[in-house]
Design a protein around this ligand. Structure first.
Ligand SMILES: [Zn+2]
Length: 90
């Protein structure tokens, strides 16, 4: 599907644009080691400041650098009410 390809290209572009200045994590405020492998808990991920699920947009001004760990904690908080209702994420 061409639309998926376009979105993925934009995501890569945004990721590169955000990583270029090597900003600190916008969630905890601590620096990010941009050389860490991408599965490391303290590696760089792009976080949607206002989550897409809450009406946030997939645009550069809604995206900031975060640690993978901080991003997943933020996500856990967001999905917590859903988990409580259904008992599972699956
Ligand atoms: Zn952080």
């Amino acid at each position: 599907m061409p639309a998926v390809k376009r979105n993925s290209a934009r995501r890569d572009l945004h990721r590169k644009r955000i990583a270029k200045d090597e900003p600190a994590c916008h969630i905890c405020g601590k620096p990010i080691d941009y050389s860490l492998p991408h599965l490391d808990p303290w590696s760089f991920v792009v976080d949607h400041v206002k989550p897409l699920a809450k009406g946030g947009t997939d645009t550069l001004d809604n995206k900031k650098a975060a640690h993978r760990e901080c991003n997943s904690k933020k996500r856990a908080r967001l999905v917590a009410p859903i988990v409580k209702r259904s008992g599972s994420l699956d």
